[in-house]
Design a protein around this ligand. Structure first.
Ligand code: C5P
Length: 401
């Protein structure tokens, strides 16, 4: 296996000791690790213990003449395939978000031209502070991958979000980013529908809706990153295809259904598309002229793709997931939808205009399965996609065990 190179920046948090295990696991995967220890990090673990595990010199000082002649802080960032920050303290996150470069770690991060992944670890109040929330959103908008934090008992004695993500989850994210090792959805086929459909009235007019397709696109990318062979069946959008995903463009609900059925068998189908509920009964071949009478269009109900996939007699996907975009009584309506459509999971969200979810970058969802409801906090659509893909992976891992 080709050796990948990983820079590990160890920040000053109590969770720094966990990075010793992280280094060992990365080395087991044939990933070379070169570590930078911040001043804070060095309060928790010693350069000697890090060097013993990485088998490399540990870098600590921006103005070290020896280091500059040996390596130089710019080259330090250039050799990496991935720059991983674990634990990432609130201070280090703030520095990355604002582009500060006042020590070796922050300077290396600013100079990096490779993917950056941060694993936050801090007290729950620090994590929830609006300033940290803003910084995290800035990092995500800048393309930084944020892994965790997890929820649970914190070193300070409090409870809540802020624990360093489980080492297993960090390893999974690194594997995904570096493209090494086995991924949990390897060998699985996934189908995702996304975007709006356009239902033609005449050659120039159609019925559509405000769906941007962002959520479905993000989910297809997240499934692919976990190793699934992923087909994205997309209505008209302005989005680029996520890396590694196969995309099939369609226009109407009928075309979307035909494409979805032709794609079977798949292991998981996720219907994110905002399929138009109706289509004009008659398609006019010519542009309809304005007249003196009121214009009436007869509408027919469109096929329900989610329902059809959920009820398929042959080749029903092992896991069928629908979305419920509601403007009121979100959970009640979503539960009813889960039963009516016979899908396995429903992701419910409130798309009232004031939430800004429809067309926006943030979302807040509830995941409903037959026996439980998980309410997830507000997060970016990318992050929600990653979390949903992880849930899908866990489902298949449990099924296989
Ligand atoms: O019934 P409603 O449109 O609220 O259901 C939403 C869910 O059903 C979404 O997952 C959507 O992708 C799917 N759906 C579908 N085909 C339709 C209507 C909705 O796949 N015609």
């Amino acid at each position: 296996m080709q050796t990948k190179f990983n820079y590990l920046i160890i920040g000053g948090g109590i969770a720094a000791y966990k990075t010793l295990d992280l280094i060992r696991r990365l080395r087991d995967m044939h990933v070379s690790v070169r570590a930078i220890l911040t001043d804070g990090g060095a309060q928790f673990i010693t350069p000697l213990s890090v060097a013993s595990l990485t088998g490399e010199k540990v870098y600590t000082d921006l103005f070290s003449l020896t280091d500059e002649t040996e390596m130089g802080h710019i080259r330090l960032s250039r050799d990496a395939d991935l720059v991983l920050v674990a634990p990432a303290t609130a201070n280090l996150i703030a520095k990355i978000a604002s582009g500060r470069a006042d020590d070796l770690a922050s300077t290396t991060l600013l100079a990096a031209n490779k993917p950056v992944m941060v694993c936050p670890s801090m007290n729950v109040e620090m994590w929830l502070k609006p300033s940290t929330r803003r910084n995290i959103m800035q990092l995500e908008a800048d393309g930084v991958t944020v892994v965790g934090p997890a929820s649970g008992d914190l070193a300070c004695g409090e409870f809540g979000e802020g624990r360093l993500a489980e080492i297993n989850d960090i390893i999974l994210a690194v594997k995904r980013s570096l493209g090494v090792g086995n991924l949990p959805l390897n060998g699985r086929r996934a189908l995702v529908t996304a975007g709006p459909t356009h239902e033609a009235i005449d050659p120039v007019r159609y019925i559509a809706n405000r769906s941007s397709g962002k959520q479905g696109y993000a989910i297809s990318g997240a499934l692919h990153r976990l190793g699934a062979e992923t087909l994205l069946i997309s209505g008209p959008t302005n989005l680029g295809t996520p890396e590694g995903v196969e995309r099939l463009d369609i226009t109407s609900a009928d075309e979307m259904l035909a494409a979805a059925e032709a794609a079977l068998p798949v292991d998981v189908a996720i219907c994110v598309a905002a399929v138009s509920d109706w289509k004009p009964k008659h398609l006019s071949c010519q542009k309809i002229k304005k007249g003196s009478k009121p214009m009436l269009i007869d509408l027919l109900e469109n096929p329900d793709i989610l329902r059809q996939l959920s009820r398929a007699r042959n080749n029903r996907p092992n896991l069928v997931i629908g979305f419920a975009a509601e403007t009121n009584q979100v959970l009640e309506n979503a539960k009813a939808k889960l039963l009516a459509k016979k899908c396995d999971w429903i992701v419910a969200n409130n798309v009232s205009l004031e939430t800004g979810i429809l067309g926006g970058d943030q979302t807040e969802v509830h995941l409903l399965t037959s026996d439980k409801v998980e309410s997830w906090p507000v997060m970016s659509k990318q992050k929600m996609a990653a979390r949903l893909a992880e849930s899908v992976a866990k489902y298949f891992t449990l099924q296989a065990s």
